[in-house]
Design a protein around this ligand. Sequence first.
Ligand code: FES
Length: 109
Amino acid sequence: MAYQTLCKKTLLSPSELVPAMVDNTEIVIIWPEGGRPRAFNARCPHEGVSLAQGIFNGSTLICPAHGWVFDGHSGEGLSPSGCEMVEYPIQINGEMIEIDLDDDSADED
Ligand code: FES
């Protein structure tokens, strides 16, 4: 576990998508309605296009390239199913959000 700074806590708002870059890894932080902020690798599991310009409506994230749809709470593919975005654990440290890029198996709530 090696947490490092991701962004300021104040940058995040419910139903918003915030792109970030950490150690040359592009991240999208999304805050689904009724949930908590989650950080995913920005590379779409389809063909690797960045999800930073994706459409997030507070529930689902749609890839701008070919329209694959992902669940904003879990990162699982909804259309098509059988795929998922890579999620990283995050934590709050004072006014900052930190991310652990070494652990891409985040699935706890
Ligand atoms: S690269 Fe995202 S849907 Fe094709």
